[in-house]
Design a protein around this ligand. Sequence first.
Ligand code: IPM
Ligand code: MG
Length: 351
Amino acid sequence: MRKNVVVIEGDGVGPEVIKQAIKALNSIGKKFFHNFIYQKLLAGSKAIETLGNPMPKETIDSCLKSDAVLFGAIGNSKYEHYPIGMRPEDGLLKLRKKMELYCNIRPIITYPKINKLFLKKQQLDNINFLIFRELTGGIYFGKKGRSKNGKAAYDCCVYSRKEIQRIGKMAFQSALSRKKKITLVDKSNVLETSRLWREVIKEMASDYPDVLLEFLYIDNAAMQIIMNPKKFDIILTDNMFGDILSDEASVLTGSLGLLPSASIGKKKSLFEPVHGSYPQAEGKNIANPLGCILSASMMLEHFGMYKEKIFLEEAVKSSIKEKICTPDIISNSSVKTEDVGDYIEKYIKNH
Ligand code: IPM
Ligand code: MG
């Protein structure tokens, strides 16, 4: 197969982790006779510096024409005082909106041999759940502003039935091929949007009689994720709660650097690690590339390349088993970002 992939390296460690993901993809391409064609485009700080806009139109147009987008990271505190719409993060939000990436899937999977937590080993073994985070609505995109004298501020949270239904459908369909259990996380004891979420998802559940639907308030869910993580199979939640829960859940895996994500859109989809730009590590060759490499594997699945996806994941598992890990996973490790990428590239070639 031939696939056109738009690559946005972005800020911070973005270029370093993307480089490893491309090495892995090319290795998969060689082995399975696929041709991945990359088109690199600007977004974030570099786009602000060269084009005066964190998400240039050319980048958005190319994303919409591609077969998929592989995204590194965006974010740079140097621009945090810039006006709304001009900061790197605004560029990412704009792209999510323009591509209508309404369904963000973040798998939380633990790998043997990594345990940096106070939890007992058996509580961490075999954790495997997905967070389905709504990505183009809610408080992120509602009306926001200041009062006339600037002494008060507001961010409105708005959801429509349609917005809830389309991600709800994705979650129910995914549940059918897993343990058939969805936990809707909300704050319906306080928020009206949460009450609408419950109403709509309950209605939809009648079309999926085999799927067990459970409800949890966000505060309780935040606790259960740490205390009882194996109770989850699919967590379905809104934009803001999903943002917070996914960083929290990453702790279970040992490192935020391991977490991939897929943002499924109406027409096109985007794949990015959850970790963000991690500016402290920029240029040091120490960032964990596995989140980005696993995002590439989610892209392979999206292309219907199932064997290829499994193969790439085997390579990742092997790198962890062999302790070819960056310092976020094994403290004091001298293994570099490049070394992990090299190992995975070779594993694919030689197996
Ligand atoms: C994420 C990030 C973004 C978000 C930021 C960079 C705007 O934290 O993808 O989780 O809040 O959605
Ligand atoms: Mg986040």
